[in-house]
Design a protein around this ligand. Structure first.
Ligand SMILES: NC(=O)c1ccc[n+]([C@@H]2O[C@H](COP(=O)([O-])OP(=O)(O)OC[C@H]3O[C@@H](n4cnc5c(N)ncnc54)[C@H](OP(=O)(O)O)[C@@H]3O)[C@@H](O)[C@H]2O)c1
Length: 294
């Protein structure tokens, strides 16, 4: 068997195009331009690239984009001051504080200070709780992107066995919760899981969010399963340069899986696209307008 490759470029382009059309409609019908503010503290090179890409995507979709940069030495009070200002700004509907933050700044305290209605990253405990009990919430962008890809690839997910490897608050747990809401039978695996390979082999849907290069081997995958590889790992090449790989051993998985997301070019691209969708959802909720479907 050779797996179908789930091309993140195609899926993310669709979400971004839809976002652009929805922004144009909100402007024409309601005079509303969704606004996204991204706060970057420090000069971590990877974070700088992420923030720049988010700004470009936001502007391309016709939204207002604001980028706030603070020095690596910024105090928690300075970061909080920015968050409070953005909470009060009616032209800003989404606030994203790029993680990680420098060690002198308490990440949880900052995330908690973001107005839950503007929490487009979906990391606020109010949104986590609302999602867990099935109320409308802001859903973290990466798992939301994975769910969109899964639904478009498989259709109805009801009754499928889903295994999520990884239990982080930003990927694993919300992913499992979203799959449960789709009526999958969900298992969350982690570093203490016994017989991880055996657990993975049960999965019709296998989501890997671990951060360990190529950990999931071909013989851990049920023939025909749909594999979503969230991992982004940089490994050395023979020529001294580096390359990106996922948490799944892609060449081995290609021989077993029914469909698989590559790394790069898979679900990673959906994260920024879903950030746009979340900002539109947030803007509609704040303006009391019926929100468009993602
Ligand atoms: N845009 C994107 O595509 C995107 C967004 C976010 C993250 N990522 C990538 O996704 C990966 C995971 O990110 P994260 O933030 O969720 O990571 P994380 O917070 O470090 O969580 C990793 C999870 O993997 C589990 N784990 C670690 N080693 C394991 C092992 N040997 N066997 C089974 N489980 C193991 C850990 O278990 P314990 O809880 O037991 O320690 C933990 O729950 C990373 O590669 C990250 O770069 C991509």
């Amino acid at each position: 068997m050779t797996a179908d490759i789930i091309d993140g470029k195609i899926f993310s382009a669709r979400v971004r195009e839809k976002a652009g059309k929805q922004v144009a409609m909100l402007q024409a019908d309601h005079g509303l331009t969704p606004g996204l503010a991204v706060v970057l503290v420090g000069d971590d090179p990877a974070s700088r690239v992420y923030v720049r890409n988010k700004g470009i995507a936001t502007t391309e979709a016709g939204m207002k984009s604001e980028e706030i940069r603070l020095e690596t030495t910024a105090t928690e009070a300075e970061v909080m001051e920015v968050v409070h200002r953005l909470n009060a700004d009616p032209t800003i509907h989404g606030i994203l504080v790029q993680l990680p933050l420098p060690e002198q700044v308490d990440e949880m305290a900052v995330l908690d200070a973001i107005d839950p209605l503007k929490d487009v990253d979906g990391f606020h405990v109010i949104n986590t709780g609302r999602q867990a009990v099935g109320l409308p919430a802001m859903v973290p962008c990466t798992p939301l992107g994975c769910l969109i890809v899964l639904k478009e690839t498989l259709g109805d997910l009801s009754g499928l066995e889903a295994v999520v490897v990884g239990r982080s608050n930003i990927v694993g747990k919300p992913m499992a919760s979203l799959l449960l809401a789709q009526n999958c039978t969900v298992t969350i695996a982690h570093s203490r899981t016994r017989d991880l390979a055996g657990v993975c082999r049960r999965a019709d849907i296998l989501v890997a969010a671990v951060g360990r290069p190529e950990m999931i081997r071909g013989d851990w995958i049920k023939p025909g399963a749909t594999v979503i590889d969230v991992g982004i790992n940089r490994i050395p090449k023979e020529d001294g340069k580096t390359r990106l790989v996922g948490d799944v051993c892609f060449p081995e998985a290609m021989d077993v899986a029914g469909a698989i997301t590559p790394v790069p070019g898979g679900v990673g691209l959906m994260t920024v696209a879903c950030l746009l969708a979340n900002t539109i959802t947030a803007a509609c909720r704040q303006a009391g307008i019926a929100e468009p479907e993602v």
